[in-house]
Write a protein that binds this ligand. Structure first.
Ligand code: PLP
Length: 406
């Protein structure tokens, strides 16, 4: 049973006021708020359980190591992965995708080889591939989205040619909420012998994910959007792909032996985790994922679907709003512009006065903004603790903005 009032009480920040109004937090696409269990776990880790991991032989180091390492298994469970050694811990999706770019793609791709991307990608799933374009002549092949801003899996599969070495697509658009059929894309790409990277930064937040069912080679997640601490995250890497990778960041922990003449690397996944990690952040992420699994991601998805349907219904009654991306099965993420209104930043400032937190700008999605023919939008992105009343609060604040600009 999804008890929204009880869930809201788990997130202390939701009871604060902003600008004299109750906070209506609709910027979850950028970062989600943290439940008390995560805050407590972080506090406890620093007050009672803190030391560096892996290297010490003393009590606290062993305790911290045990707590930190157990999160690998929690993430594996959350993503439906049976072998926890296929999970590389890191600071988030950006680091995860860069690991694949530097560790897997750079040594393998040559001038003229192609990477297939959709125009809906976040810069974190674009810029690392631009590095390969600039430095070694790799070609980026872009797949457009449809008029209602969905991504046709067949269009992605058709874009794969003999020179394609990787498909890199998002599971869910951070701008529009559009959900991508990454399983169909993976099946089609694998039939052509091409691995698939999925940016799961948004996808894993809004729906149950079974990476083994999807079948993809790489699946990146980010902790701070999953109600965990910032600076935490992970990437699933299929063991066959991991075996093909060279290490990216060098330093302590990722080695077995170092001498003047040689270095012997640690076994994967540690081979790809150099230096002191985000120990406490990762411990907090483990608690956040346990919290989500206790709620049940099916229940989270069902609740957010109700919010989405209600919001779509409310938006439909406002002919002065241009909503981008109207697919009925999308996540509860809404990007829009207002007729006659100034910049999206002006709208978000007015909403802020009413205690409503949204994001305005290009949302780190330059190619999508070009495709949509806009420079910026306002984005209201809902999370598991949001309510239909908060949809109404958003609409009231938008009506005020519209009246001001009319
Ligand atoms: N990919 C998508 C779809 C995102 O929405 C984001 C963050 O907004 C990222 C990647 C990057 O995540 P992070 O900044 O946590 O590395």
């Amino acid at each position: 049973m999804f008890d929204l009032q009880k869930i809201r009480a788990d997130f202390p920040i939701l009871s604060r006021e902003v600008n004299g109004k109750p906070l209506t937090y609709l910027d979850n696409g950028a970062s989600a708020q943290k439940p008390q269990v995560v805050i407590d776990a972080v506090t406890r880790a620093y007050t009672e359980e803190y030391a560096n991991v892996h290297r010490g032989l003393h009590y606290l180091s062993n305790l911290a190591t045990e707590k930190y390492e157990s999160v690998r298994g929690t993430i594996a469970r959350f993503l439906g992965v049976t072998d926890e050694d296929e999970i590389v811990l890191n600071s988030g999706t950006t680091e995860g995708i860069n690991l694949v770019a530097y560790g897997w793609a750079m040594p393998r791709l040559q001038a003229g080889d192609e990477i297939v991307l959709s125009v809906m990608e976040h810069h974190a799933n674009i810029v690392p591939w631009h590095f390969l374009r600039e430095r070694q002549g790799v070609v980026l092949k872009w797949v457009d989205v449809d008029a209602d801003v969905g991504l046709d899996p067949q269009a992605v599969i058709d874009a794969i040619g003999p020179k394609t070495k990787l498909v890199a697509v998002t599971h869910c658009s951070n701008v529009l909420g559009t959900v991508v059929d990454v399983k169909a894309i993976t099946e089609g790409a694998h039939a052509k012998g091409v691995p698939v990277l999925v940016d799961g930064s948004q996808g894993a937040v809004h729906m149950p994910v079974d990476v083994q069912d999807i079948g993809c080679d790489f699946y990146a997640i980010t902790g701070h959007k999953l109600y965990g601490p910032s600076g935490s995250g992970a990437i699933y890497i299929k063991s066959d792909r991991m075996a093909e990778m060279r290490p990216f960041i060098g330093g302590g922990d990722m080695i077995k032996e170092v001498s003047k003449d040689q270095v012997i690397y640690n076994d994967p996944p540690m081979k790809f985790e150099a230096g002191t990690p985000g120990i406490v952040q990762t411990i907090g992420l483990g608690v956040a994922l346990d919290y989500l699994m206790d709620l049940g991601m099916d229940n989270v998805a069902a609740h957010e679907a109700e919010i989405r349907d209600y919001a779509m219904q409310r938006f439909a009654g406002l002919n002065w709003i241009q909503l981008q991306g109207t697919r009925p099965d999308k996540a509860a993420i809404f990007s829009f512009t207002l007729d006659g209104a100034g910049h999206a930043h002006d709208i978000s400032t007015i909403l802020d006065k009413k205690g409503v937190a949204v994001r305005a700008g290009h949302h780190c999605a330059g190619p999508l903004m070009d495709f949509l023919g806009v420079t910026a939008t306002c984005r209201a992105s809902f999370g598991l603790y949001n309510s239909k009343d908060e949809v109404d609060t958003l609409i009231e604040a938008l009506e005020l903005a519209h009246d001001l600009f009319a």
